[in-house]
Design a protein around this ligand. Structure first.
Ligand code: ATP
Ligand code: MG
Length: 158
């Protein structure tokens, strides 16, 4: 069985949380499958709504989550055992939301110089065009048991 030991939801070398910051955190673990990705996207939506986050910010955050979760299913661990899981977290503090999606795949091939799609091969847009445009910051980190994609969204837009 593959397990993910994802770090604290607020892990990010670029924006450490001060110990006194009030942080609201939620997380969930779901199967590494299209159904799991869909359920995770809805979980992020419902969790942020319940926290009172404005609808437009929820929409942007869910769009990013959908890119991350789709990638996890498509690329993380082809042929993974059917007990493989992915984990979703949201953390809210100050004026930002951080969403993370972690998966058990070892490797991450960062997009090289933007979308890789040619006219006949439309792909490679999720991270560079959708995530990069909606997020105030984003990245991918190796973590124990796999990798973690994170993105920050400013509440109320930039
Ligand atoms: N979770 C992941 N695990 C491993 N590799 C990944 C993961 N996410 C992305 N990648 C790699 O990064 C590349 C770029 O991802 P990106 O989401 O931008 O494009 P795509 O998934 O290929 O196409 P699109 O998102 O436009 O349908 C992928 O093609 C893949 O090689
Ligand atoms: Mg993608």
């Amino acid at each position: 069985m593959i397990t993910i030991n994802h770090p604290a939801a607020v892990y990010c070398p670029e924006a450490p949380v001060r110990p006194t910051d009030p942080v609201r955190i939620a997380d969930t673990e779901l199967p590494l499958s299209a159904e799991g990705a869909h359920a995770g996207n809805l979980w992020v939506r419902d969790t942020l709504k319940a926290m009172g986050i404005p609808a437009e910010t929820v929409y942007d955050t869910v769009s990013i989550t959908a890119e991350f979760s789709q990638n996890a299913v498509r690329w993380a661990a082809p042929g993974a055992h059917d007990t493989a899981v992915m984990a979703f977290t949201v953390a809210v503090w100050d004026d930002r939301i951080r969403v993370t999606v972690s998966d058990p795949g070892d490797l991450f091939q960062a997009p090289q110089g933007g979308p890789s799609g040619s006219g006949e091969h439309e792909s490679g847009y999720g991270l560079e065009l959708i995530v990069a445009n909606l997020a105030a910051g984003w990245g991918v980190e190796r973590v124990l048991g796999g990798k973690l994609a994170w993105a920050d969204v400013k509440i109320g837009g930039s």
